[in-house]
Design a binder for this molecule. Structure first.
Ligand code: C2E
Ligand code: MG
Ligand code: MG
Length: 660
């Protein structure tokens, strides 16, 4: 027993192959109980025939032992094989040793049987049987057990060396030749076993490497290497599982979609290293706040998604607020202290979405809402958000087609000279009749066109159409065109302007571009240079909706605007509100002193008209004179002569009623 233990310990200290490979090799010993059984049954059958043909006690003893060992080996092989099939087998050293001992003893007994029969019996039939048995067995086993090469070589030696010795001792020439051949065969079979063993081990190592690589790739595919959080793919799989199980139970599942506010600016100004540090710190904080309540994934960039099973809307709102509050502490990253805020949108199943994709989309929509509402806050999904989104989406897709499909139309609204009543200019106003949604106001579709990068093409179209219209009008009536800030940034604008002027032949002084104060929010210098270039061409510039933006008077000093258009909200309040009246008067005085033209927008009543005149405005525009109308209608109105109504209100009202 102690000897066995020492043997086991010694073997444990041997430099072993990789445990998996070793296990596979041990399993290969037991993989085919059939071949082991055939070897055992054949050995026993030969033994019994030999016993029946000879009367020696030694041979009888050897055969009896052979039968016993063969039986034990078959039983143990079948037992282990069953465990293998069930998956409960433990390919331990004990099993390997058991096989090794059994194999060596069995091989030794076969060799001994041949030896005893060769030296103790003169029967050549017995010689032939035992020698053939030993030789055949050795040949077969050198391949079968090559997985454990020392077992195979040991068995070959134990079978063939006693047989070769017996053959030599028998003494006849033929037997001695055979004896020598058998020794050579031992060497040959040992070589075959070693080679086969090497090939098997290499194949197993290759298989192991492949599975290790596959494991590594799977990990890479599931996790975000920067933060160690799960990535988008892993999260989607997790969510699918949660949905499949919660669908049956109808449980609440909340998805919180978080995006850092102005992360790009941090990345751009402090560099990607700091950006990465921040993302890692954010991931850490998310873990700290969320803990067991949900699973966090990084969805790429600065977007993180948290899935909270069994979470209702109130709890989701609570988690979102905790996160926002925790972010308020700022982040210490080396020498940088960053004050970073986050916006979070959340959606809760089953109310907000029945499947994973829908819920994700709705959480994203809620995030969009949180951003739109001013950032550093959370927003819950609700179905009116979805309706708004659908409408925006429909407008977006419609816009891409509208220009080519001829769905856009340009109308013109007169800007009337207050003193003489004549039409000084007309403002071009876009109209879009959507085939399904009906008339969509420009205040709705223009910002969307800006977002999807359609505004430049639209501005180009408007410029051309407006100049064509102006060229068809009698006299020198100006045309005013609204230019959105996004268009003004485009270096193509001066080119569009020049092309429209050349094509239609109207003079640059007849073209007036209306811009709003928001253009000054971008101080990149680009807007500045484009404005100057347009003025150099000779265009007039108007500051539209004055009073609604920052109304910084420094703009009026930096740029020579030709016209100031006071926002219609002031004119709407001018009759009832003393403050509005005061502002309108102040603007009127200011513009007069700066020698600018002034337009009062949105004049609908005689009272508003009177106030515009009192404030010293040079021009008025509004439904009182005309709604936006077609180019042909404008041509008729210009031809009809000055709108005397500016001085005598009543006829103008009649004109408006007749023509609107
Ligand atoms: P805006 O440049 O201030 O244009 C004046 C708006 O006031 C027009 O609305 C006009 O129809 C409306 N209006 C004129 N008189 C009255 C009145 O007496 N009462 C009332 N309540 N409203 C009056 P509209 O056509 O809906 O345009 C809205 C805005 O959309 C425009 O404001 C302008 O900022 C933008 N827009 C219109 N066409 C274009 C365009 O071709 N390009 C760009 N970039 N923006 C445009
Ligand atoms: Mg305008
Ligand atoms: Mg305006």
């Amino acid at each position: 027993m102690r000897a066995l233990k020492t043997l086991l310990e010694k073997r444990a200290q041997r430099p072993t192959q990789d445990a998996d490979v070793r296990r596979s090799l041990i399993e290969s010993l037991y993989a085919s109980p059939a071949s082991l059984t055939i070897g055992a049954v054949t050995g026993v059958a030969v033994g019994l025939v030999v016993v029946s043909l000879s009367s020696g006690a030694a041979i009888h003893g050897v055969v009896a032992l052979l039968c016993l060992v063969a039986t034990l080996r078959v039983i143990s092989a079948v037992f282990f094989h069953r465990q293998l099939v069930r998956g409960t087998a433990v390919a331990s050293r004990g099993w390997e040793l058991a096989y090794e001992l059994g194999a060596w003893v069995y091989a030794g007994l076969l060799g001994l049987m041949a030896f005893v029969s060769l030296v103790g019996s003169g029967n050549s039939v017995i010689h032939m049987l035992t020698v053939s048995m030993a030789t055949g067995y050795a040949g077969g086993i050198s391949g079968r057990n090559a997985g454990r090469v020392q077992i195979a070589i040991g068995q070959v030696c134990l079978t063939l060396l006693p047989t070769a010795t017996g053959l030599w001792l028998e003494g006849s020439t033929g037997y001695r030749v055979l004896s020598v051949a058998m020794v050579m065969m031992v060497l040959g079979l040992a070589e075959i076993s070693s080679t086969t063993h090497r090939i098997v081990v290499q194949a197993l190592l290759g298989k192991r490497d492949k599975s290790l690589l596959a494991e590594k790739f799977e990990k890479l595919a599931r996790f975000d290497s920067l933060t160690g959080l799960e990535n988008r793919m892993a999260m989607q799989m997790r969510l699918r599982d949660i949905f499949q199980s919660s669908e049956k139970r109808n449980d609440a599942v909340a998805i919180l979609w978080m995006d850092l506010d102005r992360f790009k600016e941090i990345n751009d100004s402090l560099g990607h290293m700091v950006g990465d540090q921040l993302l890692r710190a954010v991931a850490y904080r998310l873990n700290e706040v969320v803990q067991e309540r949900g699973k966090i994934a990084r969805f790429g960039g600065d977007e993180f998604v948290i899935i909270c099973p069994d979470t209702d809307r109130v709890t989701a709102a609570g988690i979102a607020q905790e996160l926002i509050d925790y972010f308020a502490h700022g982040f210490d990253l080396g020498e940088n202290h960053l004050q970073v805020t986050a916006s979070i949108g959340y959606a809760v199943a089953p109310q907000d979405g029945r499947d994973m994709d829908e819920l994700m989309q709705h959480a994203d929509l809620a995030l969009y809402e949180a951003k739109g509402e001013g950032r550093n806050r959370s927003a819950s999904f609700n179905w009116s958000l979805k309706e708004r989104f659908n409408r925006i989406h429909e407008i977006e897709t419609g816009l891409r087609r509208a220009l080519d499909a001829g769905e856009l139309k340009l109308l013109f609204q007169p800007i009337v000279d207050l003193a003489g009543g004549k039409i000084d200019a007309c403002e071009a106003l876009l109209r879009w009749d959507h085939p399904v949604l009906g008339a969509i106001p420009p205040s709705e579709f223009i910002p969307i066109a800006e977002n999807i990068g359609m505004i430049e093409a639209m501005t180009g179209w408007v410029l051309r159409q407006a100049c064509i219209a102006a060229a068809s009008w009698p006299g020198e009536v100006r045309i005013a065109i609204n230019i959105s800030p996004a268009s003004l940034k485009s270096p193509e604008l001066p080119g569009h302007v020049i092309a429209a002027l050349l094509e239609t032949g109207i003079s640059a002084r007849r073209l007036e571009l209306e811009v709003t104060e928001s253009i000054f929010l971008d101080d990149s210098g680009q807007t500045n240079s484009i404005l100057r270039e347009l003025q150099r061409i000779g265009l007039r510039l108007a500051l539209d909706d004055f009073g609604t933006g920052y109304s910084s008077l420094s703009y009026l000093r930096s740029y020579r605007f030709d016209t100031l258009k006071v926002d219609q909200s002031f004119m709407a309040g001018v009759s009832a509100n003393a403050e509005d009246r005061a502002i309108v008067h102040a603007i009127g005085n200011l513009a007069r002193d700066l020698s600018m033209d002034t337009v009062a927008e949105g004049i609908e009543t005689q009272d508003q008209l009177r106030h515009a005149r009192d404030a010293g405005f040079t021009n008025v525009q509004g439904y009182l004179f005309s709604r936006p109308v077609t180019s042909e209608r404008i041509a008729e109105m210009i031809a009809a002569g000055p709108l005397e109504g500016a001085e005598r209100p009543d006829p103008i009202v009649q004109t408006r009623r007749r023509r609107a």
